[in-house]
Design a protein around this ligand. Structure first.
Ligand code: BES
Ligand code: ZN
Ligand code: ZN
Length: 502
C-alpha cells in the first residue's frame, strides 16, 4: 500500500472511494443528526439528507455508501461512524480507518482517500498516525496457502488534510506506517504453520529483517545454548529433531547514549509448536499451538520498528525458539534441570515450557547488559480465564516502569491489565527437592504462578511480563481486522522503549 498525506479539499479530489467520518451527537434526551467531521460544503450537501433521514446514525464502525455523489469528484462517498461525539479519541479513528479498508477490499476498490476529521477532541498528529496504523493493519488476511487466494490488498491510500502538512504531521504519518507494517510482519510470522516456521526458519527470517534494517543479529543453535549453560531452554528443545534457535538482535542509536544510560532488553517466547511434550495436550485446538511463538514475533517486530524510528536508547532482543515435543529424548515430569542463572528447577509439567525458555532468555539478556527487561509470551491458558480475550495480562516487579508502559498505552490504545505478582504467591512454586517448581498442581491463579516463576530470574532489574496467550489469536474477524494473529503489544512495547530515550 502506498500512503500519501495531502493538503487538499476532499470535494475536488478524484478517487473511486472517498471516506468521510461522522460522530453521533445525540443524547438520551435530545436526538440529533450525526455531525460530519469535515467542513467541506459539497460533502455536507451530499450527505445531509441521509443524516437527517436517520439512515445513518454514526455509531462506531457503521458505514453508509452514497454512489455518484453530486458535486464531488469522487465516484463514491462512504460515511463511517466514530461513535459518541463527546467520547472521541484517535483510537476510534484507528478502528474506523480499518473499517474503510475492509469495506474497500472485497469490492476490489484498490484506491481510496480518507478525509482527516476535524474535531476539538481529535488532534491531527495522533489522528494521522492512527489512520495509518488502522488502515495498514486492516489490509492483511491469513489465506496465504489457498490456491484461490485473491490479492485484495489496497494499492494506494491518500489522507486529505484541511490544514497544511507540517513536518510533524508527516512524521506522525510515517511512524504509523512503520508501526503497522511491523505489526503485520509479526502477524505473518505468527500465522505460519509449525512445519514451515521452524526455529531455524524463524532465525533466517529474523536475520533477513535485521539485514534490511541494519540491526546486528546472531542466530545460535544447541552448541551455544549448552556453552551458556542454558539448562532450562535445553530441556525443552531436547525432545525435538528440529534444532533450536537462540536469536540475539541489537539496536545501537546513531548518537551513542552516555555509558550509564539504560539498555532495554526484549525477551520473547518462541515455541514454534507446543504439543505439551510428555505432559501432552488434548487434540482439540492443538493446531493453535503454532502461534506459541507470538511473543518472539512481537519482540522481533518491535526491533524492526525501533530500527526505523531510531530512538536514542540501546535496545537488545533475546529470542529463545524451539519446539516442545514428546519423544524418547524429551524431558519428563520429575526431571531436575539447572537454569543459566544456576537455579535448579523441578519439572512438574512439561507443558509449562514457556517459562523455562524465558528463564534463560531473561537471565541471558541481563548478562548482555540489559538494565530494564520486558518479555512477551503466550504463557498460560489461565490468563484467558482471568481476563477474557480483551486485555493482555501485565505483571511487573516495578511500579515506575509499569507507569511508563501505561503511559505508552494511552498513545497506542492497546489493552493491558495489571495482575498481581507479589511474594504472597511465592509458595506456589516451592519444590521439595530443587530451588523451584515449573508449575503447581493448583488450578488457582495459574497466570500469576507463571509470572512468579519468571520473577525468580530477573532479580531487582525492573521487569514487565506480558501474558498475551488469550489475545494473540482472534477467533473471529472484527470489522477493522481479519481473524487470526492480532499482532498485539508491538506498538505499545515500541512506545514504552521510546520513554527511555535520552
Ligand atoms: N502455550 C501454552 C499456553 C497457551 C494456552 C497459549 C492457550 C495459548 C493458548 C503454555 O505453554 C501452556 O501449555 N501452559 C500451561 C501451563 C500449565 C501446564 C501450568 C497451561 O496454561 O495450561
Ligand atoms: Zn505448554
Ligand atoms: Zn507454550
Amino acid at each position: 500500500m502506498t500512503t500519501t498525506l495531502l493538503h487538499q479539499s476532499p470535494a475536488g479530489f478524484a478517487t473511486p472511494l472517498l471516506v468521510v467520518f461522522a460522530a453521533d451527537t445525540a443524547t438520551k434526551d435530545a436526538p440529533a443528526t450525526p455531525t460530519l467531521l469535515t467542513t467541506s460544503a459539497p460533502i455536507e450537501t451530499a450527505a445531509t439528507p441521509w443524516l437527517t433521514s436517520g439512515d445513518f446514525k454514526a455509531t462506531l464502525g457503521e458505514t453508509f455508501l452514497l454512489p455518484a455523489p453530486a458535486g464531488l469528484k469522487a465516484q463514491r462517498l462512504l460515511l463511517i461512524g466514530l461513535g459518541k461525539a463527546d467520547k472521541l479519541t484517535p483510537h476510534e479513528l484507528r478502528k474506523a480507518a480499518g473499517v474503510a479498508i475492509r469495506f474497500a477490499r472485497p469490492r476490489t476498490l484498490r484506491t481510496l482517500a480518507l478525509t482527516l476529521p476535524e474535531h476539538p477532541l481529535l488532534p491531527p498528529g495522533p489522528c494521522i498516525r492512527a489512520i495509518a496504523e488502522g488502515a495498514i493493519v486492516a489490509d492483511f488476511d491469513i489465506d496465504f496457502y489457498r490456491a484461490d487466494r485473491k490479492d485484495l490488498s489496497i494499492e494506494s491510500l491518500t489522507v486529505l488534510s484541511a490544514s497544511p502538512i507540517t513536518e510533524a504531521l508527516q512524521t506522525s504519518f510515517n511512524e504509523g506506517v512503520i508501526l503497522a507494517e511491523s505489526q503485520n510482519f509479526a502477524r505473518t510470522l505468527i500465522n505460519e504453520p509449525g512445519n514451515i516456521l521452524t526455529p531455524t526458519e524463524l532465525g533466517k527470517r529474523t536475520a533477513a529483517m535485521a539485514a534490511e534494517f541494519n540491526l546486528a543479529c546472531e542466530v545460535h543453535s544447541m552448541e551455544k545454548i549448552l556453552e551458556l549453560k542454558m539448562g532450562a531452554f535445553a530441556s525443552v528443545t531436547q525432545g525435538s529433531p528440529q534444532p533450536p534457535a537462540l536469536i540475539v538482535l541489537r539496536y545501537e542509536p546513531p548518537t551513542p547514549p552516555p555509558t550509564n544510560a539504560p539498555i532495554i532488553g526484549l525477551v520473547g517466547k518462541g515455541i514454534t509448536f507446543d504439543t505439551g511434550g510428555i505432559s501432552i495436550k488434548p487434540a482439540a485446538d492443538m493446531d493453535k499451538m503454532k502461534y506459541d511463538m507470538a511473543g518472539a514475533a512481537s519482540m522481533i517486530a518491535t526491533m524492526r520498528a525501533i530500527a526505523q524510528l531510531k530512538p536514542n536508547v540501546r535496545v537488545l532482543c533475546v529470542v529463545c525458539s524451539c519446539e516442545n515435543m514428546p519423544d524418547g529424548h524429551a524431558f519428563k515430569p520429575g526431571d531436575v534441570v539447572t537454569a543459566m542463572s544456576g537455579k535448579t528447577i523441578e519439572i512438574m509439567n512439561t507443558d509449562a515450557e514457556g517459562r523455562l525458555v524465558l528463564a534463560d532468555g531473561l537471565h541471558y539478556a541481563q548478562t548482555l547488559g540489559a538494565t530494564h527487561l520486558i518479555n512477551a509470551a503466550t504463557l498460560t491458558g489461565a490468563i484467558g480465564t482471568a481476563l477474557g480475550q480483551i486485555n493482555a495480562g501485565l505483571f511487573s516487579n516495578n511500579d515506575e516502569t509499569t507507569q511508563h508502559f501505561f503511559d505508552a498505552v494511552t498513545i497506542t490504545g492497546e489493552k493491558f491489565w495489571r495482575m498481581p505478582c507479589t511474594d504472597d504467591y511465592r509458595d506456589q512454586i516451592k519444590s521439595q527437592i530443587a530451588d523451584i517448581l515449573n508449575s503447581t498442581g493448583s488450578r488457582y491463579g495459574g497466570a500469576t504462578t507463571a509470572a512468579m516463576f519468571l520473577k525468580e530470574f530477573v532479580g531487582d532489574t525492573p521487569w514487565i511480563h506480558l501474558d498475551i496467550a488469550a489475545v494473540t489469536w482472534l477467533d473471529d474477524a472484527k470489522p477493522w481486522q481479519s481473524k487470526g494473529p492480532s499482532g498485539v503489544a508491538i506498538r505499545t512495547i515500541t512506545e514504552w522503549v521510546r520513554t527511555y530515550a535520552s
